[in-house]
Design a protein around this ligand. Sequence first.
Ligand SMILES: Cc1cc2nc3c(=O)[nH]c(=O)nc-3n(C[C@H](O)[C@H](O)[C@H](O)COP(=O)(O)OP(=O)(O)OC[C@H]3O[C@@H](n4cnc5c(N)ncnc54)[C@H](O)[C@@H]3O)c2cc1C
Length: 361
Amino acid sequence: MVKIVGAGLAGLASGIILAKNGHEVTIHDKAESVGTVVDDTQAIRNYEHDKDQLEIFREEGIEIKHAKPIYNIIKYAPSGRSMIVHSENSKPIFYALKRGKEDVSLETQLYNQAKNAGVCFHFNSREDIKTTDAEILSTGPIHNNIWAFGGIYKVDRIDPETILFFMNNDYCPKGYIYVAPYGEREVTVAATTFDIKCKLPLLFSKFLKENGVIKEILKDAQLLRYTSGYSYSNVPKTAEVNGKRLAGSIAGFLDPARGFGIKYSIWSGILAAKSIIHNKSYDKLWKSAFEKELIDGMKRRLILEKMENQDYENMILDDKVGITRYEKIPSMLRNKMLQMQIFLEMNKFRRTYDIKKYLTT
Ligand SMILES: Cc1cc2nc3c(=O)[nH]c(=O)nc-3n(C[C@H](O)[C@H](O)[C@H](O)COP(=O)(O)OP(=O)(O)OC[C@H]3O[C@@H](n4cnc5c(N)ncnc54)[C@H](O)[C@@H]3O)c2cc1C
């Protein structure tokens, strides 16, 4: 019998893998159903590995459907200059996914797979994460160091294969604003920042009023609902506390530079399950799978926190660039990195957001 606390992406992924491998699994969640945390369109990156990310999950036993492929990014500097970043081999750069309670949402899809595999759910069942006897904790962020705020809109038509990013400290300090379509008629426009004390909703609405590109996209659009939430990123020394495996964003498993956590939540959920199935060290599994990616992301974040509007201008390389060139950190960023005592800052960050502080009684 394996007990999991939290029926988010990480907990559901763990449950599916454990149940498929013959374990009896119960998942407790404080909410009345899955999909209560976020209700928007989110993106999963698909360019850091040669292999398709959804194919990787499929091979592990997790099936993700209703993902809309994105082949282009348009990145805007504060002046309005832009560059198109395109896929080079017809492989999507991102997938857009629905979150929330709808049938096509990621949570509902994983929930159905977990139920079919035999997982037993207890909703309206809050557990104390310090004292629970669960083997896996996947309750979402316990610290806040990333904040997102935005809206979901119905539009006449939007290019469903292009995601937009706007970098401008006047509207989103230490972060970026994104436009993520889900098909041709629905779009999420939101801002993500590391500056969790800034007046994000105010700055965001100013951006909507003043930015020409957004005004055109949202002309005649209908606001369906707002979206908002905090996330937590870190590279923990260990994700096994008091004999419990921490999976997903409770452990800080989220790309520190961009706030993308879906991939790491599902991945760490799979690895927490595998560590139980094969009686292996969970720390060893996640560290060999993605610790380096998280450390690289954290270095980027520490640099991005120091970016000024002129730096964003310098990041617009050309009118059109391939994804491979885009992924390489421009030399300007490398110079900034050399000026910083990056490892000292990284250690300070890791100490500040240590998960043990919250989990030891
Ligand atoms: C507005 C916003 C936009 C985002 N956009 C993106 C994006 O575009 N791409 C991307 O990759 N990531 C994005 N993220 C991050 C992503 O949503 C998270 O990384 C991911 O949802 C974390 O999954 P999780 O399973 O760790 O936790 P969650 O999804 O937070 O699930 C945790 C579950 O645990 C339950 N729970 C909590 N406490 C208890 C308790 N004590 N007892 C029982 N149950 C409990 C909750 O009810 C919930 O169901 C975004 C986040 C936000 C807030």
